[in-house]
Design a protein around this ligand. Sequence first.
Ligand code: SIN
Length: 284
Amino acid sequence: MNDMSTGYAILDVRRTSPNIGAEIRGVDLANGLTAAEFAEVERAFHENQVIFFKDQSRIAPDVQVEIGKMFGPLHYHPAAPHLEGYPPIFVIHAHKDSKVANGEGWHTDVSCDTEPPLGTMLQMHVLPSAGGDTMFASMYGAYDTLSPAMQSFLEGLTASHESEHIYRGRYSDRGVDDADKVYPSAVHPVVRTHPATGRKALYVNGGFTTRINELSKAESRNLLDFLFRHMEEQLMVTRFRWSENDVALWDNRCVQHRALWDYWPEERKGHRVTIKGDRPFFRP
Ligand code: SIN
């Protein structure tokens, strides 16, 4: 196996599980990233699918936006309110009066968009006394552990990703009135090819994916249920226990995540910047 923790001049990279995730030390993102640091961060991101920056200081909103832009144009969330004065910053916040906490079920960020996010960078500022971990699952792993017959069957299929059922009214307790809003939906391949690594990843998720288009309703439901169980059961996962100011950067093209809301009535808060991606495609 390729050792994905060696060959770095600046970063200290240590895997958190055999299949996905690495902890990163050696840079403080609060200072921004030099071109040389960014090159190593991008390499670690592609090799590990999700990376966790340890020993961090609080990142100023401008700096977090600048780091996000090093990966590409930023994504603006279709539903969630943003940090005042910073439209690309999504405030992740749950407390005793919250109706919902973000990311409670397994999902890929905003896969209902025609060009869904490439990646997401989240820094946590306020944490509960225990709990509030985030789980990450490798969709390369989910694809690789299917039989060759199932892989080739899925490669010819497309799925609908919708958001009306998720976003309508979701942020009313934060003052969002969405009466006139039309929420996005999109059709994507069930297996996508990662544009940077060339690897194939399963691209259906329990949050947004509603239907496999080429199958009957019953076939679609049963196949989706199987795939959602399969991606969890293969243990291609890593579970991150946050410390204050830790930063997670995940690749939405090959990772699903799930934030555990096991800490109610305590508070958990952080700033998230999301990077726009390109249209998913399948290349044999
Ligand atoms: C999310 O962005 O889906 C939430 C992740 C988290 O709060 O850990």
